[in-house]
Design a protein around this ligand. Sequence first.
Ligand code: ZN
Ligand code: ZN
Length: 351
Amino acid sequence: MRMFQVCVCGEPLKLNEQPTPKPTGTEVLLKMVAAGVCHSDLHLSDGYFDLGGGKLMSLQDRGMKLPVTLGHENVGDVVAAGPEAQGVKIGARVMAHPWIGCGTCAVCRRDEENLCRAMKSLGVFSNGGYADHIVVPHPRYLIDIGDLSPERVAPLACSGVTTYGALKKVASTLASEPTVIIGAGGLGLMCIALHKAMGGHSAIVVDIDPAKREAAKQAGAAAVIDGRAADAAKQIIALTNGGAWAVIDLVGSSATARLGIDCLIKGGKYVIVGLYGGDITLSLPPVPMRAITIQGSYVGSLPETRELIDLVRRTGLPPVPVATRPLDDVNAVLNDLRAGKVIGRVVLTPA
Ligand SMILES: [Zn+2]
Ligand SMILES: [Zn+2]
């Protein structure tokens, strides 16, 4: 099989070949059909996250072992299964939930594998889908997608469940108040679509790029704001009648965190999802006095992925622009993404 791997952090992915593995135990082998390219693949290929103040968090220190095949938004066809993989249909077209935990700790046992401290996520800590085949450790992570479009379903595995998980954290005001969404890249457009599908009141979308603001408008944003405007927080406060109850920050930079927290109303909630990186200094008395919540949200759980697939079966696939490119273009696609040239999502299809 052919696979595109991080071999040395900071270098382009390298094409490696190895014999296609035979699944053992509960493993399932998929022949790849579609693999979404996610912004976090840039961090994974760089090998670090920016903690701000000149500090970096190394992914190899966090358990990423090289070489590793990237690609965590995967749809494929089941072609083989180990002797203990029960309930698997050869030929089924499935999405692979990538946020896999150790399976045995208390967190995993209560179905929050995405918070496990020993994650084995596909395309991060184990080989992912920038390849012609992928091994999934257990059939429980596979969701039959039937005749749904594989290119449109693939991004649900990360972009979809990540924004769905964040939107669930502001569920108490979702239907009654505007939700502020910072960032209108692939995640942002997915978030706008799912916000609507979940019965959201209205979305106010912030981005520094006019092309992305335009894409957000097309996607149904009630208002768009230039995040670089000196009065951006004031504009949000005016549009939300005194401040936002819910801000979802899909960028996660020093500037967006400052903006997101500054525009909250008393009792409001700021949910940080994006991993752009940076830091902020926060005055503490206003946190209790304004009774604000600052919450992190990391991808989503297997039950959330299943809920999300049920949601899109009821309401339709999110109309996020998707462009398909051949798998062999993966490094060019990553460069486009790094340069901010991608609107919506790029999905790789093996030859
Ligand atoms: Zn991702
Ligand atoms: Zn665990």
